[in-house]
Design a protein around this ligand. Structure first.
Ligand code: FAD
Length: 402
């Protein structure tokens, strides 16, 4: 049934909600992949499973194992390394789908992709030969740890010290907010300072691979509002020995590695916000259709009807911006500004949609079994992680000449 022939009170499916017949960025293969992802999500990352894991604050190991089983980890890995060599639009479609019931589900997938992308571009042959097959078959997963107590938006302040001891580095210092760092078999992509900051503060940062069971590393789970499944950790390094072969790229040259995948990260983030915000709107529409007060469904009050129409419009716009940025990136065209705009707009649209959802569901919105509070908690965090809204605006302003 097409959208226009629907009867009032019939809630469109996810596929119908995102139907954009003229979306110029997709091939037939992309459209077929959307169907694969739809079926996968309902089977392995379902609403009930996601809710259960979020409430229990447990890493979604079963869903992750299914992603591995399905071959999703190798989606954008070159065929020479055992992957499928697909373009970034495929990954964007997958990340949008995985986040249907929680941003965090797409995030655990995205973190391992980030690790593999980094090694495929900057790693040694030995690192690629060791880590990529293990990441593809689920023997290990990656997390990324850059943030420190005094280095948030300004990562040039990274201070965790790594002293060169010849065949190894000795690490001392602290990180905060390292998502998924405490999950099983996790290898942390860690940004450290190998040379005291003098002059240009970008110099002297180095990236290293640190298995999370390395002696001297203590992880403490933080009690965050959002990201209950991946979990977010404080990491304390006391005389931690990291072999020299764990350095990624050149010593002191980590800054360019840190920056290399930010466009991709922002596009992936935007896709995940869109995927989750759409569910928030669908849930709110369903609730508004069913909830009767003053003798009619609350969705018939114009104030609610129009607010939900605005939210649906927001999400379509965010999706178009996201796939436009992904398409540019897939064509190897500059997408710095477009990715920042998509990330900014999609995260703010997600915040607006989930805040509206919290209002439409009234008091019931606060109960985990209605899911809206989870969408809303994660949406709040999405204005901060992967570069805050203010930082995205700084990037956009620079791109337009300010
Ligand atoms: C749940 C969660 C998960 C996270 N996961 C990870 C992870 O896996 N790995 C990781 O490395 N980090 C992670 N982070 C950290 C996250 O990336 C940082 O919180 C974020 O970069 C902002 O840093 P900050 O919190 O220190 O805020 P600050 O940088 O101190 O910013 C505070 C406020 O000042 C504003 N501000 C700062 N500088 C400017 C400026 N130049 N212009 C205008 N406004 C500015 C900011 O926009 C913000 O509103 C996570 C954080 C959370 C809460």
């Amino acid at each position: 049934m097409s959208f226009s022939s629907r009867q009032r009170n019939e809630i469109p499916t996810s596929a119908e909600m995102r139907a954009m017949p003229n979306l110029p960025f997709f091939s037939e293969e992309h459209l077929m992949f959307q169907d694969v992802v739809d079926r996968f999500v309902e089977a392995f990352c379902s609403r009930e499973y996601t809710r259960e894991k979020d409430i229990a604050r447990e890493y979604p190991y079963e869903a992750y194992a299914s992603m591995v089983e399905q071959g999703f980890l190798g989606l954008c890995v070159p065929e020479a390394h055992g992957g499928m060599g697909a373009d970034i639009l495929f990954r964007t479609i997958l990340q949008e789908g995985l986040s249907r019931y929680a941003f965090d589900m797409g995030a655990v997938y995205g973190l391992t992709c980030w690790g593999m992308d980094t090694l495929l571009h900057f790693g040694t042959q030995a690192q690629q030969a060791y880590y990529i097959p293990k990441a593809l078959n689920g023997e290990l997963r990656f997390s990324v740890s850059m943030t420190e107590p005094n280095a948030g938006s300004d990562l040039t302040r990274i201070a965790l010290r790594a002293v060169d001891k010849g065949d190894h580095f000795l690490l001392n210092g602290q990180k905060v907010f390292a998502s998924a760092a405490g999950s099983r078999d996790n290898v942390i992509l860690l940004a450290v300072r190998t040379r005291p900051a003098e002059g240009k503060r970008h110099d002297g940062i180095t990236m290293m691979l640190v298995p999370n069971d390395t002696p001297g590393l203590e992880l403490r789970k933080m009690s965050t509002l959002s990201r209950h499944m991946s979990g977010t950790y404080e990491c304390f390094y006391s005389d931690v020995r990291i072999p020299r072969e764990n350095v990624i790229g050149d010593v002191h040259e980590g800054w360019k590695i840190l920056g290399a995948f930010l466009v991709q990260e922002r596009i992936g983030g935007a896709a995940m916000y869109v995927g989750n915000a759409q569910t928030a709107v669908q849930d709110a529409v369903r609730y508004a259709s069913e909830r009767v007060q003053f003798g009619q469904s609350i969705g018939q009050f114009q104030v609610i009807k129009h607010a939900l129409a605005d939210a649906a419009t927001d999400i379509d716009a965010a999706r178009l911006m996201t796939y436009h940025a992904a398409w540019l990136h897939a064509q190897n065209m500059p997408a710095l500004k477009e990715a920042a705009m998509a990330k900014l707009f999609a995260s703010e649209a997600g915040m607006r949609a989930t805040t509206l959802g919290m209002q439409v569901l009234g008091g019931y919105a606060q109960l985990p079994e209605y899911d809206m509070e989870r969408y809303w908690r994660d949406a709040k965090q999405n204005l901060v992680s992967a570069g805050t809204s203010e930082i995205q605006k700084n990037i956009i302003a620079k791109a337009i000449g300010l």
